[in-house]
Each structure stands twice: as structure tokens, then as C-alpha cells.
Design a protein around this ligand. Structure first.
Ligand SMILES: Nc1nc2c(ncn2[C@@H]2O[C@H](COP(=O)(O)OP(=O)(O)OP(=O)(O)O)[C@@H](O)[C@H]2O)c(=O)[nH]1
Length: 300
């Protein structure tokens, strides 16, 4: 490391739900640190993803998608997103190519409140059917704010992600790395385990269950070459429990198997995963229960 030229700093990713912030974060880091799904509001917390290269350390902060929050949990998610915007070096506002809704405007309003430069990332260009529509969209976006840069890309294309990373490094201040070169996140393995289980529920179910559910890790223990994890999935109502468990416990078993494979990838060791489902009605609106499930930030 050359201490006179090394850079390090924080890049926060903000945007409305489902624009691809977590997908982009994982590709920028080169490993899965933030869970993703086709459904909006998958991310509930601030997630830090660390990318170390010889000349720079980029600390990416993923945030819950900006939306109008009604429940206690959603209000918590919005406080997390807003507070993540303070003390950062660059803001990357992520939108979807060709789409600009009220929640995108809310995210833009938040992004430009701070002093950090705002880079507009126009994601999912691969999904644009009419490629000629991209230029007018970029021009219209440039009218909305004086962005430091406008970067159209697809989070799924490695060369696009590399181009964005190189550009972001230019905006970082000089400084030594904050984290060791092997670290990819500041979250505990317990937290990551709960997230990977939550991801499988988000991916497996339709409308209701993912939003009515939270995961608590009851036990996380290393036994020789095996990691033993016991977790409880909390839902709001008996009906949701029945859907989640499925006939003969089949759905829960599938979720457990898929989550176990992801956990083994993350921990790079064999995992035993025991999953239970419990009904805790009103958990998403009860500040005390939210606190016990790890969704707390000192306010209610
Ligand atoms: N086609 C295409 N799909 C993408 C791209 N980036 C993300 N997606 C998909 O968009 C969906 C949402 O992605 P996420 O990364 O979960 O979005 P998010 O902005 O983090 O969502 P929230 O957690 O709701 O804030 C997923 O199904 C992704 O696979 C892209 O560049 N191209």
C-alpha cells in the first residue's frame, strides 16, 4: 500500500425499493453480503460491503428502499436509510432505466440533502426494450439535478460494475484502509445467517408472508467442522404459519435446504440448520418485539 496515494471512504447506495441496490452492492463487493429478491423492501437494515484493492478501500452502504412508511418496521427502515446518508463521501442514487416514480423523487430529495456529491446510477439498462429511449431518459434525469456523474449500467454486467468502481474511487478522500483486506462486511455471522434465511422466504412466497415475517437466531455454535444453527421464523398469524410450513412441512424443508446451502457458501463449512415457525402477532408494529428481533436504533 502506498500511504501517500491510498484512498478510502464511504459510498452509500440509495433509491426506491427494487431498483437493484443490493444486487449492485454484491457485484461491487464481489461476494454476497446483502440479500436480494424480485420483491420490493427486501433490505431492512443498513448493510456494509467492503471492497479492498491495492490503491483503495471502498465501503459500500446498502440501505432499505425509500418509500412512504406506514408500519413501525417501515418507519424504522426509513430512519436507517436517512441516517446512512450522513458522513459519507459519495452518494450513489440508483434508479431503474426508463422509470421515475414518486419514491424515486423522494430518494433524490434525500440524496441531495447532504454535502456529498451525488452520482446517478441508471440500472437495468439490459431490460430496456427500446434502447433509443435511454438517451432522452438520461437527459430528463440531468434536468432534475446537477449530478456529479450519470452512469447507465447493468448491475449484472461485470465490466459495467468495474467501470462504476473506478469512477467512485476518484471521489474518495486519501486515507488508510479502515478494515482488514479479508473483511467483506461489519455484520456478524449471526446477522448474516438470519438474512440468508429471510432471503429464502422472500424468494419462495407471494404477496403476504415475506412482509409478515422476521427471523431470530436462537443458537449459533461451532462444533468441530460443523456449525449448528437454530432459528425461529416469526409470523403474524396462524394462517401464515400454515402457508410457510406447507403440507407435511414440505415448504419449510425446502426453505431450510436452500438457506443451508447459502450458509455453507458463506461460512465455507458444513452447516446444520434447524428452523421453527412461531406466531407472534403484531410483531411488525410493536416496538418492543422489533427491538428483540434486532430492529432497533435507539428510537421507536
Ligand atoms: N435485468 C436486471 N435485473 C436486475 C438488475 N439489477 C437488479 N436486478 C433485479 O431486480 C430485483 C431487485 O433487486 P434488489 O437488488 O433486491 O433491489 P433493491 O433495490 O436492493 O431492493 P429493496 O431491498 O427493496 O430496496 C432482483 O430481482 C434483481 O435480480 C439488472 O441490472 N438487470
Amino acid at each position: 500500500m502506498d500511504e501517500t496515494t491510498h484512498k478510502s471512504g464511504y459510498v452509500v447506495l440509495v433509491g426506491r425499493p427494487n431498483v437493484g441496490k443490493s444486487t449492485l452492492l454484491n457485484h461491487l463487493v464481489g461476494q454476497k453480503v446483502s440479500i436480494t429478491s424480485r420483491r420490493p423492501q427486501t433490505t431492512r437494515d443498513r448493510i456494509l460491503g467492503i471492497k479492498t484493492r491495492p490503491d483503495a478501500q471502498l465501503l459500500y452502504v446498502d440501505t432499505p428502499g425509500i418509500h412512504v412508511a406506514k408500519s413501525q418496521l417501515n418507519r424504522y427502515m426509513m430512519r436507517v436509510a436517512k441516517s446512512a446518508l450522513t458522513d459519507v463521501d459519495v452518494v450513489a442514487l440508483v434508479v431503474e432505466a426508463g422509470v421515475f416514480r414518486d419514491d424515486d423523487q423522494r430518494a433524490l430529495d434525500l440524496a441531495r440533502q447532504g454535502t456529498a456529491p451525488v452520482i446517478l446510477v441508471v440500472n437495468k439498462v439490459d431490460r430496456l426494450k427500446d434502447k433509443a429511449a435511454l438517451l432522452p431518459f438520461l437527459e430528463a434525469m440531468a434536468q432534475r439535478h446537477d449530478f456529479a456523474e450519470i452512469v447507465p449500467l447493468s448491475a449484472r454486467r461485470p465490466e459495467d460494475v468495474q467501470r462504476l468502481e473506478d469512477l467512485l474511487v476518484r471521489y474518495l478522500p486519501m486515507g488508510e484502509p479502515f478494515y482488514g483486506e479479508d473483511e467483506i462486511t461489519d455484520k456478524s455471522m449471526r446477522f448474516m445467517a438470519a438474512e440468508l434465511i429471510r432471503e429464502q422466504v422472500f424468494r419462495s412466497f407471494g404477496q403476504e408472508v415475506p412482509y409478515a415475517m422476521a427471523v431470530a437466531i436462537d443458537e449459533f455454535k461451532e462444533e468441530g467442522r460443523l456449525t449448528r444453527i437454530h432459528a425461529t421464523i416469526y409470523v403474524e398469524r396462524e394462517g401464515q404459519k400454515a402457508i410457510l410450513v406447507g403440507a407435511g412441512g414440505e415448504r419449510l424443508k425446502q426453505i431450510g435446504q436452500a438457506a443451508r446451502l447459502e450458509l455453507e457458501k458463506l461460512l465455507d463449512r458444513r452447516v446444520f440448520l434447524g428452523l421453527w415457525v412461531k406466531v407472534k402477532s403484531g410483531w411488525s408494529t410493536d416496538a418492543r418485539v422489533l427491538h428483540s428481533l434486532g430492529y432497533h436504533d435507539g428510537e421507536s
